[in-house]
Design a protein around this ligand. Sequence first.
Ligand code: CA
Length: 172
Amino acid sequence: MISILKRSSRSLLVLAALTAAAACSDTGGIVDPSGAASTTKTSTPPPGGTATSYICGSLYSSSYIISPYCTGGPFGGFQSTSGTGYQSNITIQFSSPVSYVSISALDPDYSGNYMVAYDAYGNWLGQVSFQGDNSPGNFTSDTRSISASGIKSVVLVPDPLDYVAYDNLYAY
Ligand SMILES: [Ca+2]
């Protein structure tokens, strides 16, 4: 019963992410000329310079900085690099230390996607892997958290062969 409820909740989350991506295309004035967002990713890097809907930089808020930070991907959320090819590390730096961080990985396929937490001095505090489904054409998401005292930053490390995005950052 509990696992059924969890599955249901994840489906809702996926739906919300896809809806948000669609809404963004409709109202943001930034439209991918190739048409509607696709949920099928490629396992190889996309041809360079073809995507026009990505916006990349860093996200600054009062409580954290996410860098690099790109929006516009087919799964919604944010990612490190434009396109649906290989991604690189993303660092989330908190302005004040936190003791809990959770985030959802969008469509982790392979086993090498993980999050690692550090304190203000760069000491390793903890690490957690995102569960992949080993099926690139099938969308899943996986939410993982790290609890530790004095988390000043986390690094989202993608599997070298995966395209993955993230959403639902939650920290306190
Ligand atoms: Ca998958």
